[in-house]
Design a protein around this ligand. Structure first.
Ligand SMILES: [Zn+2]
Length: 319
């Protein structure tokens, strides 16, 4: 090993460690997680910050970011929420929603199956109709929480979506059409949807767009694909406009410009890795060489450090 390669390898290991230590939000790459401990901390610590985005649609952002962002539609038809964090957080979600509007929560829409987004389902399923892509129900029936993290205890029946779909579905609720859109490609998981509140011009993008300034996590254990995520976000960019308020899976409220920037560095780094691969380089070579310097800031994000992202792309190119 040349001195330069050795240095690169040391740098690579150091970056992976740094990322693992600083990962405080969402699911760190390929980690075995103590889900119960995480959920308990979330239940103890999370405070929901409410932002009104239209007459009927609100964003609930958790601080600290131990769970995904929620959307709430509240109006004369009743209440619909997007995502529900984790069981210990459910009482705080119900309190936060009641501050917006009292009454039963009629619908819960899951953006995907991960524990920090659908983990509170069992706290709502007795009163609310849970709506999700068919693969969300499939993964919950496997007792899967995220990636290779399984539970020994099956989810109770109240946690399972009772309305499932394989393509997209539209709810007509609180004076507008609410499109629950599956873009057709496995991406962050195999069942990600974006929720588009048409008249409010608000989108909940789920974890296909974590607005944390880094690379996304790709759940390869369920067939997630970096290329599929890129293509899905290109489709979402066709739907939104400069006025759209985009609720990301994690992180602050975003705009089309933020989504465009994210899509572009995802797409450009995929192209770069693809070219290296076609030129005959090995995965290890590409990880050691690193991506062009202009992409360096994204390699230090909380979800997927640069070498992990390169690995996801590499594997996705082989699908
Ligand atoms: Zn996720």
């Amino acid at each position: 090993m040349t001195e330069n390669k050795l240095k690169n390898r040391v740098r690579l290991v150091a970056r992976c460690l740094a990322a693992a230590v600083t990962a405080l939000v969402a699911v760190p790459a390929a980690a075995q997680l103590d889900i119960d401990d995480w959920a308990k901390r979330a239940g103890d610590q999370i405070v929901w910050h409410q932002t009104q985005l239209s007459d009927t649609v609100y964003m609930l952002l958790p601080e600290p970011g131990l769970a995904g962002n929620l959307a709430v539609s509240a109006g004369e038809d009743g209440i619909l929420i997007v995502d529900d964090a984790m069981m210990p957080v459910v009482p705080k979600i119900k309190a936060a929603v009641a501050k917006i509007q009292e009454g039963r929560i009629d619908f819960v829409v899951n953006t995907h199956y991960h524990f920090d987004h659908a983990g509170g389902n069992a706290g709502f399923g007795a009163d609310s109709a849970i709506v999700a892509h068919a693969n969300v129900r499939k993964r919950l029936l496997e007792n899967r929480h995220a990636g290779a993290n399984f539970s020994a205890t099956p989810f109770p029946s109240e946690a399972l979506p009772i309305v499932t779909f394989n393509e997209s579905v539209t709810l007509h609720w609180n004076g507008e059409a609410i499109d629950v859109i599956f873009f057709g490609n496995p991406a962050h998981t195999d069942g990600d949807v974006a929720i588009y509140f048409r008249d409010s011009n608000v989108v909940h993008a789920g974890d296909q767009f974590p607005n944390l300034g880094g690379y996304p996590y790709i759940d390869r254990d369920v067939g997630g694909s970096a290329l599929g995520l890129r293509d899905n976000m290109a489709q979402l960019l066709e739907i939104v406009d400069d006025e759209t308020q985009i609720i990301p899976g994690h992180g602050p409220l975003a705009t089309k410009a933020d989504l465009q920037k994210y899509h572009d560095y995802v797409a450009e780094t995929i192209d770069h890795i693809d070219r290296q691969k076609r030129a005959g380089k090995s995965l290890e070579d590409v990880q050691e060489d690193g991506l062009p310097e202009k992409y360096a800031p994204y390699g230090n994000g909380p979800l997927s450090p640069e070498p992990v992202w390169i690995g996801y792309v590499w594997a996705s190119l082989d699908d």
